[in-house]
Write a protein that binds this ligand. Structure first.
Ligand code: NDP
Length: 452
């Protein structure tokens, strides 16, 4: 059995069966058996089922949000937003089955058309930081394209994925089309990756595990998309609206207690604006409400586990340059106060490694060229921001930063309708928007001779 722990209390909140190799093989066999039937479902009927899943999630939004908030330790207001996005994601991809368009290509002697064919059984492996919402980014386009799915949620946060399977069955999804296997990554996850009947793996998690998955998937030439770590730069020029940049920065650093691959955990500040920015940042960080995830006023919850807290703590040793420290509750639960380190060199460990906790670094820069050089001096390239009132400079810097997602005068990263994914070691492929569908289909070319 898996003992599911509530991070705010460190108590067990549920026990559910743990999937091992045998259960993984059974799920893959069920998905394989269901595949011919599912891909043959009329596009409009497949769309209607995805819409009903969206409606089923929306109808249970509050219940799912409370479950996610308790299991992942995230503020209830954030959890509501995430479950809302799950419903939106299924609604968006309900439009896809009837728009899965190919091409007609001019050729000699006949007609040439392309089809976007589903892949078969796809294995989805998801993390604990945004459990159901990241699962929906994969499940919805995979099903829309006609694939069947085996979803392995993180062992720490499996509860909402188990509910999604129920909702999908209630929505009329045939048995075997969506199979959820809560189990350890080293057992259930790696079995999915090596299984010869799994055509593709879509993974979100650490760069280290992503590397292993890519290597193992090569044995069966599986398609792989990877959404991995980040160390994103929030580039703030002195000519920006510094109050707005400082007010927005805490959510971008400490949202989800910093356990966010898109966290803008490196704040690059032009020297001329450094003092003003730090003063405004101090006011914003010290007022963050850290506490019970289920309390409406909470803005930041605990970390996911005791291990995660130890890992985060290692980035703030006794002699760390702590410039700003917020507050956190004492007592049970995996709490860690929001912390800003300043000044930090971009080569310091806290600036090079993904901390995945509420610890951010302030790194000063002299000019635009240095800002871009520092922003790009990382193995990662997932997201980032540029703050300035100079529109031309904003676009120049946005284009120069080697990253998959950039926002200007904003810290937003993710929308259901726009592509999301990383450059460099932050990953391969894109989720969400129209681009995700490409990663759940293969192109087939058909030539039809018209010669007598
Ligand atoms: P992992 O990369 O280990 O976990 C992500 C998912 O992969 C989980 O479902 C996990 O299963 C599974 N997994 C683990 N090992 C394997 C394997 N060998 N084969 C197949 N699947 C596997 O992340 P952690 O939870 O350990 O977090 C460690 C660090 O990773 C964090 O501190 C953070 O830096 C980064 N991370 C990044 C995320 C992102 O969004 N980019 C998300 C989560 C973590 P299980 O956990 O059930 O064992």
């Amino acid at each position: 059995m898996i003992e599911v722990v509530e991070p705010a209390t460190a108590q067990v909140m549920a026990e559910i069966p743990r999937a091992g190799v045998e259960e993984t093989d059974t799920a893959v066999a069920a998905a394989k058996a269901a595949y011919p039937g599912w891909r043959a479902v009329k596009p409009g009927d497949r769309a209607a089922m995805l819409l009903r899943i969206s409606e089923g999630v929306a109808a249970r939004l509050e219940e799912l949000a409370r479950l996610e908030a308790r299991n992942a330790g995230k503020p209830i207001s954030d959890a509501r937003g995430e479950i809302g996005m799950v419903a939106e994601c299924f609604r968006y991809y309900a439009g896809a089955p009837e728009r899965n368009l190919g091409q007609q290509i001019p050729v000699a002697g006949g007609v040439d058309v392309t089809f976007r064919e589903p892949l078969g059984v796809v294995g989805l492996i998801t993390p604990w930081n945004f459990p159901l919402v990241i699962a929906s980014w994969k499940v919805a386009p995979a099903l829309a394209a006609g694939n069947t799915v085996v979803l392995k949620p993180a062992e720490l946060t499996p509860l909402t994925a188990v509910e999604l399977e129920r909702i999908a069955l209630e929505a009329g999804l045939p048995e075997g089309v969506l199979n959820v296997i809560p189990g350890p990554g080293s057992v259930a996850g790696s079995r999915l990756v090596e299984h010869p009947d799994v055509a593709k793996i879509a993974f979100t998690g650490s760069t280290e595990v992503g590397r292993r998955i890519a290597a193992a998937a090569a044995q069966t030439i599986k398609r792989v998309t990877l959404e991995l770590g980040g160390k994103s730069a929030n580039v703030i020029f002195a000519d920006a609206d510094l109050d707005a940049a400082a007010a927005a920065a805490p959510a971008a650093m400490f949202g989800n207690a910093g356990q966010d691959c898109c966290a803008r955990s490196r704040i690059l500040v032009e020297r001329a604006g450094l003092d003003d920015l730090l003063a405004a940042l101090e006011r914003a960080v010290t007022s963050i409400v850290v506490g019970d995830p289920l309390a409406e006023e909470t803005e930041m919850g605990p970390l996911i586990s005791a291990d995660q807290r130890e890992a985060v703590r290692s980035y703030v040793p006794e002699d760390a340059p702590v410039a700003i420290r917020g507050s956190a509750p004492d007592g049970p639960g995996f709490w860690f106060a929001p912390t800003v380190l300043s000044p930090v060199s971009n080569s310091d460990r806290a600036a090079t490694e993904e901390i995945f906790g509420p610890v951010a670094c302030v790194i000063p820069f002299a000019d635009e060229a240095e800002a871009v050089a520092i922003a790009n001096d990382t193995i990662y390239g997932l997201s980032g921001s540029v703050w300035t009132r100079d529109g031309a400079k904003a676009l120049r810097v946005a284009r120069a930063i080697e990253t998959g997602v950039v926002s200007i005068n904003s810290n937003s990263s993710v929308r259901v309708t726009t592509p999301f994914g990383g450059f460099k070691q932050s990953g391969v492929g894109r989720e969400l928007g129209p681009d995700a569908l490409e990663h759940y289909t293969d192109v087939k070319n058909v030539f039809y001779s018209t010669e007598g």
